[in-house]
Ligand binder design. Structure first.
Ligand code: 1HE
Length: 264
């Protein structure tokens, strides 16, 4: 099933037996999926309006590049106040990706640059194929990140690496990107979407409260001082294990009805 978006540069489709995976695709390949204001708002709207059947999402980009970042043709003269509101609009949209209803898996290929890397860093899992490259050309364009990159990217790769990328224009290839933490998976050319969809179907099978805890509790716990983190963890653990779904899943394992952990 395909749901039309209010913006022609974004398509939303549903996959899986019960339409449990939403695929949100940037469809502006002639402009390398550059993110216009309209496209950023369409991403926000897509996550705000996901049907209740959806348990996981994939973000993909049509064509050879995932996303070339901010649509530079829209970067006209803005005064300081307009610039502030523009950045806050990106924040609101990417907040819906990171803290929306379901885990999001990015299928990366080709350019993942500028605002494209900011979008990718708001996702929960990044799968990159061998053509992927990462850059933050903001430094050479005389601007700064504004889509949450200053908060999210250092948490993936460290502030020192991000500083180097922006000061020197350093570009990381797919293998080095995976090594430093840009992506959790590195796959052969042309297979990032298939791998992301496979992972999304698996994520969709989890208990919803487990996925909720991973999206909403874990990042907060990671930011807390240890003593508070242990306490928040205990609260989240108690809530998750008290759900009927958790009790049934544990019973299924004890009765030999559930998969064992396997190394392959
Ligand atoms: C664009 C954009 C864009 C391409 N805004 N139009 N981002 C950047 O600084 C990256 C700029 N883009 C590039 O470096 C390259 O385009 C790519 C490496 C991504 C791809 O190269 P290539 O050779 O495949 O494509 P191309 O020929 O450069 O681009 C094809 C068309 O897309 C061309 O338009 P055309 O009308 O001449 O065909 C390009 O102008 C257009 N295009 N990228 C507008 N970004 C919240 S703050 C975030 C701040 C940022 O993201 S700054 C970083 C912006």
């Amino acid at each position: 099933m395909t749901q039309t978006s209010s913006n022609p540069d974004l398509k939303v489709e549903f996959h899986g037996a019960s339409q449990e995976v939403a695929v949100i695709r940037l469809t502006r390949p002639t402009k390398r999926n550059a993110l216009s204001d309209g496209l950023i708002l369409a991403i926000r709207d897509a996550f705000e309006n996901l049907p209740a059947t959806v348990r996981a999402a994939v973000i993909d980009g049509e064509g050879p590049h995932f996303c070339a970042g901010l649509d530079l043709s829209e970067l006209k003269e803005r005064d300081a106040g307009q610039g502030l509101h523009h950045s806050r609009m990106w924040h609101a949209a990417l907040e819906r990706v990171q803290h929306g209803p379901v885990p999001v898996i990015a299928a990366l290929h080709g350019a993942v640059v500028g605002g494209g890397l900011e979008l990718a860093s708001a996702c929960h899992i990044r799968v990159a194929d061998e053509t992927t490259f990462y850059a933050l050309p903001e430094g050479s364009r005389g601007i700064f990140v504004g889509g949450g990159g200053a908060v999210r990217i250092p948490r993936l790769i460290g502030a020192a690496r991000m500083t180097d990328m922006m000061l020197t224009g350093r570009v990381y290839n797919a293998a080095d990107g995976e090594r430093i933490g840009m992506a959790q998976y590195l796959v052969p050319e042309g297979t990032a979407f298939d791998k992301a969809l496979e992972l999304a179907k698996r994520v969709a099978e989890n208990a919803p409260l487990t996925n909720y805890a991973l999206m909403h509790a874990l990042p907060r716990i990671a930011e807390q001082p240890a003593d508070q983190g242990f306490f928040t963890e205990a609260l989240m653990a108690a809530i998750a294990q008290s759900a009927p779904d958790a009790k049934e899943r544990v019973r299924a394992f004890l009765e030999g009805r559930a998969d064992k952990v396997r190394k392959d």
